[in-house]
Design a protein around this ligand. Structure first.
Ligand code: GDP
Ligand code: MG
Length: 280
């Protein structure tokens, strides 16, 4: 952030960080370019923005030419988050997908068995998380028939799980991601599925919260919320009236002073909290 960056610039930068599609990234970069203070101390930043714009224009151009041929492969986002499994061929991606989810992808020692994304839903203590196996990453992936499209699925995911046979294969993966400007949190799978599931959950920036009715035990399944969410956010998620007619809530769990503490709309939730809404 340069000295004297305006509020508008900061907004544009935030927009850039949060954008997931190539066109949204490009739009945000152009706003950043328009709003960035142009003086000596921001020269480097202006240069950086210009380079990014150039990169995204290139990606947008390529995307345009491949989109028509690949759009039948679109994957609809479902569940509380999306995680992509990526790696070179024959590194156990399909095997992992079948262990994390109910999906039954073709598993084979034949290289490049998975030609299209394979999708499954992982259940994490009642929260559904979409897992997408991306066809094997190879050198110059963007030059392959659907490579750029598969990269857009990775771009729109919240986390990557990387499978490798040898450690040095990570360089190839990083290089291909970098040429798509994908700089995303990742976990390297080490063969332990149960630990991986927990690691996935812990890296998504989410918490799960249970609602309950007075005198009853907690409802299942829980609700996935962003970390830092409040009772108000949960209320909107469950039923608008809970916020409109809110009187107070009772809470159990890590964020509660004691079991069944009374809290207001601004109370911040913790993972595994149980909340009972009381309306007027
Ligand atoms: N390297 C490796 N191979 C595995 C693993 N799990 C299964 N395999 C075997 O490796 C081959 C390729 O597995 P697959 O899951 O289809 O790999 P993919 O090409 O990355 O999707 C199959 O013969 C599997 O039985 C694993 O964790 N690591
Ligand atoms: Mg596969």
């Amino acid at each position: 952030m340069p000295v004297n960056a305006t509020y508008e610039y900061q907004l544009a930068e935030k927009e850039y960080q949060e954008a997931s599609s190539i066109s949204d990234k490009l739009k945000a970069l152009q706003k950043m370019h328009a709003k960035v203070p142009k003086h000596k101390s921001s020269e480097k930043l202006v240069q950086w923005i210009k380079e990014k714009i150039k990169k995204y224009k290139g990606l947008a151009q390529k995307e345009k030419s491949t989109k028509k041929g690949s759009s039948f492969l679109s994957v609809k986002k479902e569940g509380a988050a999306r995680v992509s499994i990526i790696g070179p061929t024959n590194t156990g991606k399909s095997t992992l997908l079948s262990r994390l989810t109910n999906a039954k992808p073709l598993i084979s020692e034949v290289e490049f068995t998975t030609k299209f994304p394979e999708i499954g839903m992982m259940d994490y203590e009642g929260i559904k998380i979409q897992i997408v196996e991306i066809p094997a990453i190879i050198k110059k992936y963007n030059g392959t028939k659907h490579g750029l499209f598969f990269m857009s699925i990775i771009r729109e995911s919240d986390l990557m799980v990387i499978t490798l046979n040898k450690k040095d294969e990570l360089e190839l993966i990083k290089k291909e991601l970098k040429s798509n400007d994908i700089n995303k949190r990742f976990i390297i799978y080490d063969g332990d599925v149960e630990t991986l599931k927990k690691d996935i959950w812990n890296n998504l920036g989410l918490i799960k919260v249970y609602t309950k009715q007075p005198g009853k035990s907690k409802d299942f399944p829980p609700i996935a919320m962003n970390r830092g969410s409040t009772i108000r956010d949960l209320g909107f998620e469950v039923h608008k009236d809970f916020v409109k007619k809110f009187d107070y809530a009772r809470i159990w769990g890590a964020s509660a002073k004691h079991d069944g503490s009374r809290v207001g709309l601004n109370h911040k939730l913790s993972d595994d909290d149980v909340v009972e809404f009381h309306t007027k």
